[in-house]
Design a protein around this ligand. Structure first.
Ligand code: COA
Length: 169
């Protein structure tokens, strides 16, 4: 897989079922336990043909699926719509352009699956992610009240964002 845009020494590869525990561990580093996804969800997506799973890691660690990950993205495509499920970059590897590359490659994979758009939800206060998505061309199309179940009693709202893929690009 091409490595353009990644910092030197990092590679991108498809996620494999053996990555499930590493995805789950990194998700718990990035989010509070009340919001982090379950191991079962990652196991599902890593086996699902309609899902897209991409991993960024140090080349020196490859191809060990169980080694520490710099980051990953999980998405799936239903019909003409792609949906980013989550993306996590380890705190040690942020602001290096890895998240940006993962989105680019994920969108390419969505298009290969005939998607015409990419959708996602992001917590209203998650400024780093909102800034990243805006930079990548996503625009807010609504707010989903209480989308995230934490904190009680009313949870956290999500911004619903969309990017329509340009034909031919
Ligand atoms: C959001 C996240 C994925 C960004 O990943 P990243 O690899 O650090 O992002 P990049 O280095 O590719 O950043 C690309 C651009 O996004 C924006 N951005 C990223 N992090 C930012 C921050 N902390 N503050 C402001 N803007 C930020 C900037 O415009 C940045 O470009 P620049 O560095 O040239 O200014 C990462 O912070 C993360 O994993 N956060 C925790 C998990 C999470 O919130 N995931 C999103 C779930 S919806």
């Amino acid at each position: 897989m091409p490595q353009e845009g990644l910092p030197e020494g990092f590679i991108l590869r498809p996620g494999v079922p053996a990555d499930a525990k590493s995805f789950h561990k990194l998700d718990h580093i990035c989010f509070p336990p009340q919001v982090a996804f379950s191991l079962a969800l990652f196991r599902f997506h890593l086996k699902d043909q309609a899902s897209i799973n991409l991993v960024a890691q140090k080349a020196a660690d490859a191809p060990l699926a169980k080694s520490a990950l710099a980051g990953f993205i999980v998405a799936h495509v239903f019909g003409k719509s792609g949906q980013i499920v989550t993306m996590d970059i380890h705190p040690d590897y942020r602001r290096m352009g890895i998240g940006s590359v993962l989105i680019d490659k994920c969108e390419t994979a969505m298009r290969e699956k005939e998607a015409k758009e990419s959708l996602l939800q992001v917590a209203v206060g998650n400024e780093p992610a909102l800034a990243l998505y805006r930079k990548k061309g996503y625009r807010p199309i609504g707010v989903i009240r209480g989308y995230y179940p934490y904190p009680p009693p009313s949870g956290t709202d999500a911004v619903y964002m969309e990017k329509i893929f340009n034909v031919g690009k």
